[in-house]
Design a protein around this ligand. Structure first.
Ligand code: C2E
Ligand code: CA
Ligand code: CA
Ligand code: CA
Length: 276
């Protein structure tokens, strides 16, 4: 690169060296994470905004490596996307989340939906609907209790997206648009997508009580969703005042630290299922 004022050589600082070294280390370690049982899911409750009843739970993946410690998905999901490892990883997450939800139902707890994040590589997979169907059959979870979260940025290829969403919809599962409002919003296509709900991004929710602009955006998303026959869930709710605003605008569901941070399956069961 010549960006540095005519300098012919790319200069690698020790920092860059260790970064790329770390990346390579992580790539290799990640590949063994499934067989080494280092992946786990945490669960964050989703509750009805009016009744505060538990209605769902989002499964969030974590990687607990013996040397690296607990690595955030913000770090290893993009890396997995790059290397293609996201396909087996995504399959593991989906299977584990469905199994866990089925086990809770079999234990007699009131059934709730489990929301699973899909990555863009998974969404562009040819046989996604077949894969999802196979996992539902294998785990015995009824399709209505699975919710797939996809983001707007995955749906740039509109015709392909319409087809995939139709196939998923036909399975009887639910579909939510995650981080709604932050991506490339194509409102024009929203009406053509077979989906069930919009999930309002945390960045809007965090300022609803002190930014009238964010408040109007959130209010508008809720009204639009309802007019299109869609549900709305707000993420990242941390404060009572945020919840009050959302309830006053008829938001259907919410999740966030106000109710709970993501929990281990065991803690989620103790704290949310045992007394629901
Ligand atoms: P996301 O789907 O937007 O998930 C919400 C993130 O916000 C989670 O971070 C969650 O722990 C955090 N969060 C929840 N409530 C609050 C709150 O009240 N305040 C604040 N400040 N944060 C809150 P996490 O678990 O670190 O996940 C980060 C991202 O990694 C997720 O963002 C999602 O895009 C991705 N991810 C997580 N699990 C998976 C997975 O299994 N597959 C794929 N493809 N992506 C995943
Ligand atoms: Ca999500
Ligand atoms: Ca989200
Ligand atoms: Ca988000």
């Amino acid at each position: 690169a010549k960006a540095g004022g005519g300098n012919k050589f790319q200069i690698y600082t020790p920092d860059m060296y260790s970064n790329s070294h770390k990346k390579l280390f992580m790539e290799n370690a990640l590949r063994k994470s499934i067989e080494n049982n280092e992946l786990l899911l945490e669960y964050q409750p989703q509750v009805d905004a009016k009744t505060r009843q538990l209605v769902g739970v989002e499964a969030l993946v974590r990687w607990n490596h013996p040397k690296l410690g607990v690595v955030s998905p913000a770090e290893f999901i993009p890396l997995s996307e790059e290397t293609g490892f996201i396909i087996p990883l995504g399959e593991w997450v989906l299977k584990e989340a469905c199994y866990q939800n089925k086990r809770w139902q079999d234990a007699g707890y009131p059934p709730v939906k489990v929301s699973v994040n899909l990555s863009s590589k998974q969404f562009s997979q040819e046989n996604l609907a077949d894969e999802v169907n196979k996992i539902l059959e294998e785990t015995g979870l009824a399709p209505e209790f699975l919710d797939l979260e996809i983001t707007e940025s995955m749906m740039m290829d509109v015709n392909h997206s319409i087809q995939v969403l139709n196939e998923l919809y036909a399975l009887g599962i639910q579909i939510s648009i995650d981080d709604f409002g932050t991506g490339y919003s194509s409102l024009n296509y929203l009406k053509r997508f077979s989906i069930h709900r919009l999930k309002i991004d945390r960045t809007f929710v965090q300022d609803i009580t002190n930014s009238s602009k964010d408040a109007s955006i959130v209010e508008t998303i809720i009204t639009m969703a309802h007019n299109l026959g869609l549900g709305v869930i707000a993420e990242g709710v941390e404060l009572e005042e945020q919840l009050e605003f959302l309830v006053s605008k008829n938001c259907d569901e919410f999740q966030g630290y106000y109710i709970s941070k993501p929990l281990s399956a065991y803690k989620f069961e103790q704290m949310f299922l045992k007394n629901s």
